[in-house]
Ligand binder design. Structure first.
Ligand code: SF4
Length: 266
């Protein structure tokens, strides 16, 4: 395991990054630039200086694969516990990879994933899926459960607003489902960006086509204000959607697709 992974944080005992108790590795670097991003420190693929409360610091450090493996295996005891019920709840805990876009470092993460699978650790990845096919192909060999964002499904708006190539995203979705990978879709519901009627319809059509295990409707609260300021950047100004809108959207998805849908406030 010779490579080094660029990370910003390892968060222990997380209950929101997959089934069971998870240790989440936040990788630095992202292929998109969503205007509502709550993790501005995870966008650039290099360490960045910041100043917070008058004190300097650095977002990002390179961790050798061996060290990353040792760090996450400290929590191994929690990875064996399974929840009650069926479906996702019955899965064990494990390690989650988040970001930024962790799969952009798939070639460097591969040795860590391989060793973790040899120890039978359950692996999740949160991904926007705007990434080269070869990176996804690597992840498919090791990741057990994917949390995939659905953001904007109009090619022009996708390019203009989040700087993504929709064709690449849709190709990757096809690949993921062809491999029958367990997948949860996550939909950030952001006023004026993702909540218009046309986009919601397109999203529901996509859900009908692929039938993921579950849908998480994400109502953004934490916009990472202090992190933007620490980097000398203006925090985004967003229009929040109402709770009534979220409830309607959830009902609409469940009635049209039959897929269990949860409203998550992050
Ligand atoms: S994909 Fe996620 S991390 Fe990347 S810019 Fe969008 S919200 Fe931020």
């Amino acid at each position: 395991m010779g490579d080094r992974i660029l990370i910003t944080n390892i968060q222990r005992f997380s209950l929101h990054d997959g089934p069971g108790i998870r240790t989440t590795v936040f990788c630095k670097g992202c292929s998109l630039r969503c205007p509502w991003c709550a993790n501005p420190e995870n966008l650039e693929p290099y360490p960045e200086e910041y100043i917070k409360d008058g004190r300097p610091g650095k977002y990002g450090r390179y961790l050798p694969c061996e060290e990353l493996f040792d760090e996450v295996m400290k929590d191994e005891i929690f990875y064996r516990q399974r929840g009650q019920g069926t479906g996702l709840e019955a899965l064990p805990g494990g390690v989650a990879f988040s970001g930024g876009e962790s799969l952009l470092q798939a070639d460097r993460l591969e040795p860590v994933w391989r060793e973790l699978k040899e120890k039978d650790v359950h692996l999740c990845a949160e991904t926007c899926l705007f990434l080269p096919v070869d990176m996804l192909a690597l992840a498919l060999r090791y990741i057990d459960l994917f949390y995939v964002d659905i953001k904007i499904l109009d090619a022009e708006r996708c390019k203009n607003i989040i700087h993504g190539d929709l064709k690449q995203y849709l190709t990757n979705i096809d690949i993921l489902f062809r491999e029958s990978k367990q997948t949860v879709f996550r939909i950030p519901v952001i006023g004026a960006y993702t909540d218009d009627e046309k986009n919601c319809r397109r999203i529901i059509d996509l859900l009908k086509k692929y039938k993921p295990l579950k849908v998480d409707l994400m109502k953004e609260h934490n916009l990472g204000q202090s992190k933007y300021l620490s980097l000398g950047k203006e925090p985004p100004e967003l229009h929040m959607v109402t709770d009534a809108f979220m409830e309607r959207y959830k009902r609409d998805i469940e009635e049209t697709t039959g897929i269990p849908t949860e409203i998550c406030r992050v």
